[in-house]
Design a protein around this ligand. Structure first.
Ligand code: CDP
Ligand code: MG
Length: 169
């Protein structure tokens, strides 16, 4: 009889503890409070040729981006055409494709809160002549064609552009 009583008491105590735990535990939030994002960056042939890869990687890290992945490669004309397909038909398309295939590039996946916008701010205006002081294009770009770096222009583009160079990331 005593044994049964102690068993019932133990079970009740366990049950009470479980109920208390269920009531007091923190709800698991399904929403992320930050805007952690990834974007694609390219160090273009002009900047690689001028040995500015290290300087640009420094700017990236000094601005608190995490480098998720990175490698050096060289685009064929065909690959450059595919990457910049959105600009097909524009006056500068041929020059752009020739330039992007003219030498090695370094491609990177960058991560930070609001990375797409943050990276474009660090890059500066497309035309280095209009790029704010201290931006990468101001520091290392020499003309609108040779403007040192690329950055995705929206989160949807970033997803596609990352997949273009990093099918496994
Ligand atoms: O690179 P970004 O997104 O700032 O500019 P874009 O309008 O997407 O153009 C892609 C690239 O084409 C630029 O980075 C320039 O190198 C080149 N471009 C050019 O050579 N001449 C123009 N009038 C516009 C763009
Ligand atoms: Mg663009």
């Amino acid at each position: 009889m005593r044994r049964i009583l102690s068993l019932v008491l133990s079970v009740s105590a366990l049950l009470l503890m479980s109920i208390t735990w269920l009531l007091l535990r923190k709800p698991v939030s399904t929403e992320r409070k930050d805007h952690m994002e990834r974007t694609l960056a390219i160090i273009k042939p002009d900047a690689v040729m001028a040995k500015n890869t290290g300087n640009i990687v420094n700017v990236i890290e000094n601005n608190d981006f995490s480098i998720v992945a990175m490698y050096k490669t060289r685009l064929t004309r065909e690959k450059a055409e595919n990457f910049y397909a959105v600009h097909k038909g524009k006056g500068f398309f041929n020059e752009l494709v020739n330039f992007m295939a003219s030498g090695p590039i370094v491609v990177l996946v960058l991560e930070k809160e609001d990375a797409v916008k943050a990276w474009r701010n660090v890059m500066g205006d497309t035309n280095p002549a209009n790029a704010a002081p201290g931006t990468i294009r101001n520091l290392y770009g020499t003309s609108i064609g040779s403007n040192a770096v690329h950055g995705s222009d929206a989160t949807t583009t970033a997803t596609d552009e990352i997949a273009f160079f990093f099918p496994n990331v």
